[in-house]
Design a protein around this ligand. Structure first.
Ligand SMILES: [Zn+2]
Length: 161
């Protein structure tokens, strides 16, 4: 059985058809405190500005901040691996924190990172820089990520909270 709390706070339950309604209700009730804490966490999640002017202002602010944080890393990757990003883009995304096209050298960062701790932003930056060398999430990719940012797992975990 799967319980999912969606962004709007609604609760969605997936259960096999043969499971009795009473059983489903009991199982959901048993997870009531977890559901409530998810709903509370969602309420605290910052909401991006609605009007375009404010949104663009925030994007510019984010780009400045993230690029500033990336400078020493870009320099390091250029010297060490001979790669460097050609362009940085900021976009509000729902399903990922960043992306990298090794073909065009464009790194895209999620605008919502602006609400996350710096150490998490740094993790996403380094993650995407590693993709300039290895486009996939293969062994080679993780070897470099692990070498460059040994505590990446803790940062990734923090990012999800
Ligand atoms: Zn990746």
């Amino acid at each position: 059985m799967g319980i999912n709390v969606r962004k709007d706070g609604s609760v969605h339950v997936r259960a096999p058809f043969w499971l009795g309604k009473g059983v489903v209700i009991r199982m959901v009730s048993a997870r009531a405190s977890w559901i409530r804490s998810r709903q509370e966490a969602l309420k605290k999640e910052p909401v991006l500005p609605k009007n375009n002017e404010d949104l663009n202002l925030l994007k510019r602010k984010a780009l400045l901040k993230f690029k500033g944080m990336a400078i020493p890393w870009v320099e390091h990757f250029r010297k060490t691996y001979g790669v460097e990003p050609k362009k940085w883009t900021i976009r509000a995304m729902d399903t990922r924190w960043g992306s990298c096209s090794s073909a065009t050298g464009r790194i895209t960062l999620n605008l919502k990172l602006i609400y996350k701790p710096d150490e998490c932003v740094e993790y996403v930056i380094v993650h995407e820089l590693c993709h300039l060398i290895h486009p996939d999430h293969g062994k080679g990719f993780y070897t470099i990520l692990e070498r460059e940012l040994p505590d990446w797992k803790a940062r990734k975990k923090k990012l999800k909270m």
